[in-house]
Design a protein around this ligand. Structure first.
Ligand SMILES: *[C@@H]1O[C@H](CO)[C@@H](O)[C@H](O)[C@H]1NC(C)=O
Ligand SMILES: *[C@@H]1O[C@H](CO)[C@@H](O)[C@H](O)[C@H]1NC(C)=O
Ligand SMILES: *[C@@H]1O[C@H](CO)[C@@H](O)[C@H](O)[C@H]1NC(C)=O
Ligand SMILES: *[C@@H]1O[C@H](CO)[C@@H](O)[C@H](O)[C@H]1NC(C)=O
Ligand SMILES: *[C@@H]1O[C@H](CO)[C@@H](O)[C@H](O)[C@H]1NC(C)=O
Ligand SMILES: *[C@@H]1O[C@H](CO)[C@@H](O)[C@H](O)[C@H]1NC(C)=O
Ligand SMILES: *[C@@H]1O[C@H](CO)[C@@H](O)[C@H](O)[C@H]1NC(C)=O
Ligand SMILES: *[C@@H]1O[C@H](CO)[C@@H](O)[C@H](O)[C@H]1NC(C)=O
Ligand SMILES: *[C@@H]1O[C@H](CO)[C@@H](O)[C@H](O)[C@H]1NC(C)=O
Ligand SMILES: *[C@@H]1O[C@H](CO)[C@@H](O)[C@H](O)[C@H]1NC(C)=O
Ligand SMILES: *[C@@H]1O[C@H](CO)[C@@H](O)[C@H](O)[C@H]1NC(C)=O
Ligand SMILES: *[C@@H]1O[C@H](CO)[C@@H](O)[C@H](O)[C@H]1NC(C)=O
Length: 491
């Protein structure tokens, strides 16, 4: 009977058993409880007969899943068992097979009901909606022998951690279109703990797999779900077009969960990521486009990417990163209405000689940095290379990077723009910035080899490398020292 209440009520029951027992013995409360139970029974029965979905079961009241495609399937129709022990790989594969036969005419929706659905990796198909009901959890099997090996990504040349092949992703798709992964906040859980431990013990022979990876695909919507504990990067759209990620929660432990980036748009165009909360063991979002000579040869940029209304946290890395793999180029990125809290780095661009490519036309607006060690970072010596075959003459270009409406408090070093003689940073612009400091007042706006401007007054005072303009956009003071270095990693 207690099961009939939503989980919030159950929690209170567990916390106050004595109070509850007292209450339940009173006649009035019993009448009230039975009326609610009765109402739920009738309401559940009526709704289920209206839309034809058998969503009501004894002991639970589930929100009915909406019909988003012409053809509806339930994982249980394919023999799925949500007990957390039975392997459901074949059930998922049979469901995907059934949907793949529907073709473009409306496609199919696979409902995953409340339960724990253990599975090995499986592929999606085009014109498919994967719908995770409230309380539905897809669990990735921990035993890596169930994870298929795949060729390395062409723009990386190697698996990111080992040469040769890499593990595929738990949920995978290639050359697809019209993919939706959504739900009533159901969860895809990679059970990454086992992978992180093996990675740290160096017993894995291949690069770990992402949680969800869609490659060479377009027209993708991922919304209203929770992704957690990925073995490696969480959500990896690779060379995709027209991707919307909205209303998602991405979680992994803030430390001890290596490389659990939240979202890695990689050689993608027309991407919107919004209204989401991301707290993971590496960068919350990292926009990429391939690694050194492999990324240059593949030559697919990431462009037209908008991130808005995100709240992110990264204790070991950065809130929003671009790079360090950016060899295909990254351009036209807008990041707005962002909150970064209790993180090591706020917003960061990282690259190195050998990457080639460019990072240009990047616009950050309305960013709140709360208790962040280094707020804005441009780093040009991220010297991690796939092999010795990188071209030392492949110098990345960094230009036209705008920061406006940068606020917050408890920041140690608000700005560190570390250009070099080889990678001179051009066209940086600051306007409307006031960041509360947590440490000292000197050397907190660090620069080297950078050209750009400050419009109006900002806090903390800018480095001498930048030109000063007044609010009306009139030059007040031109910098004579763009190459001066005031970088101090000890703060
Ligand atoms: C799927 O089928 C199971 C078993 O018949 C049922 O309990 C569940 O409510 C159904 N879920 C959806 C989302 O249709
Ligand atoms: C999943 O897709 C990959 C890449 O297209 C393919 O190699 C693999 O055989 C597919 N797996 C299944 C079970 O269909
Ligand atoms: C979805 O679930 C996650 C994890 O339980 C939770 O943190 C988040 O608040 C939920 N989102 C919504 C919109 O309920
Ligand atoms: C890695 O390779 C070694 C040597 O072939 C093998 O003994 C070991 O089981 C492999 N480890 C995993 C996790 O596959
Ligand atoms: C982008 O994808 C969405 C969802 O599939 C679709 O509705 C929309 O038409 C696509 N946009 C373009 C420009 O193709
Ligand atoms: C996601 O949830 C929001 C708020 O409940 C809703 O407006 C939206 O339609 C949902 N998206 C999908 C694809 O179901
Ligand atoms: C996200 O939720 C908002 C309402 O909270 C809704 O308007 C929007 O359609 C949702 N996005 C998607 C892609 O479902
Ligand atoms: C940029 O991407 C958005 C989706 O986020 C899309 O609506 C828009 O048409 C794209 N712009 C261009 C020029 O392709
Ligand atoms: C911003 O995203 C949060 C979820 O993280 C959502 O609750 C809120 O409604 C969004 N705000 C706007 C203005 O869309
Ligand atoms: C650049 O990004 C903005 C914001 O998403 C978009 O409106 C515009 O169409 C993009 N331009 C190009 C050339 O992609
Ligand atoms: C700035 O972003 C914050 C956090 O997303 C939001 O609450 C606020 O409304 C935004 N301010 C403006 C002026 O858009
Ligand atoms: C700089 O980038 C912005 C987008 O952030 C773009 O609108 C503008 O045209 C670019 N300026 C130059 C000089 O390329």
């Amino acid at each position: 009977m207690v099961e009939i209440f939503p989980s919030g009520w159950r929690l209170q029951f567990q916390q106050h058993p004595r109070w509850l027992m007292g209450l339940l013995t009173t006649h009035r409360t019993l009448v009230l409880v039975f009326s609610i139970v009765g109402f739920a029974l009738v309401f559940g029965w009526q709704t289920s007969s209206v839309d034809g979905l058998a969503f009501f079961r004894w002991g639970t009241v589930a929100r009915p899943s909406p019909r988003l495609r012409a053809a509806l399937y339930n994982l249980t129709d394919f023999g799925g068992v949500g007990d957390g022990k039975t392997l459901n790989t074949e059930a998922f594969e049979r469901a995907v097979e059934a949907i793949s036969k529907l073709g473009a005419r409306g496609g199919g929706q696979l409902n995953v009901p409340s339960g724990l659905w253990l599975t090995a990796p499986f592929n999606l198909t085009s014109h498919m909606t994967l719908f995770l009901a409230e309380g539905a959890v897809i669990l990735g099997i921990e035993d890596e022998s169930y994870w298929p090996l795949m060729p390395p990504l062409p723009s990386y040349g190697y698996g990111r951690e080992h040469r040769g092949p890499r593990y595929g992703s738990l949920i995978h798709g290639e050359n697809l279109k019209d993919i939706v992964i959504t739900g009533h906040n159901g969860t895809i859980n990679g059970q990454g703990q086992a992978w992180w431990t093996k990675y740290k013990k160096k017993v894995l022979n291949y690069t770990r797999g992402p949680l969800v990876q869609l490659m060479w695909s377009k027209d993708i919507i991922i919304s209203n779900i929770t992704l957690r504990d990925s073995p490696f990067w969480t959500l990896h759209p690779y060379d995709c077009k027209n991707v919307t990620i909205s209303n998602v929660t991405i979680l992994a432990p803030v430390s001890g969960a290596p490389n659990t980036d939240g979202i890695d748009p990689d050689s993608c165009e027309d991407v919107l990521i919004e209204n989401s909360y991301i707290c993971v063991g590496d960068d919350a979002v990292a926009i990429k486009s391939g690694w050194d000579q492999y990324g240059i040869a593949y030559g697919r940029p990431s462009t037209n990417i908008t991130l808005r209304n995100l709240t992110v946290r990264s204790v070991v890395s950065a809130g929003i990163s671009i790079g360090s793999e950016m060899s295909g180029g990254v351009s036209n990125v807008t990041v707005e209405d962002l909150i970064v809290w209790e993180s090591r780095r706020g917003i960061r661009i990282k690259t190195a000689v050998g990457r080639g490519g460019y990072v240009r036309d990047i616009f950050y607006h309305n960013v709140t940095l709360n208790n962040v060690r280094v707020g804005i970072v441009i780093k040009t010596d991220y010297n991690e290379h796939p092999d010795d075959g990188f071209d030392p003459k492949a110098v990345p270009i960094i230009e036209n990077i705008t920061f406006s409406g940068i606020h917050g408090q408890g920041v140690r070093v608000p700005v560190r723009i570390h250009g070099s003689e080889e990678i001179f940073i051009k066209g940086v612009s600051f306007e409307d910035m006031s960041v509360g400091l947590s440490y000292k007042k000197k050397h907190v706006f660090q620069c080297s080899f950078v050209e750009g401007r400050v419009i109006g007054s900002i806090f903390p005072a800018p480095c001498e490398n930048l030109d000063l303009y007044n609010e009306q956009g009139k030059l007040v003071k031109r910098s004579m020292s763009q190459n001066v270095t005031d970088i101090d990693y000890n703060i």
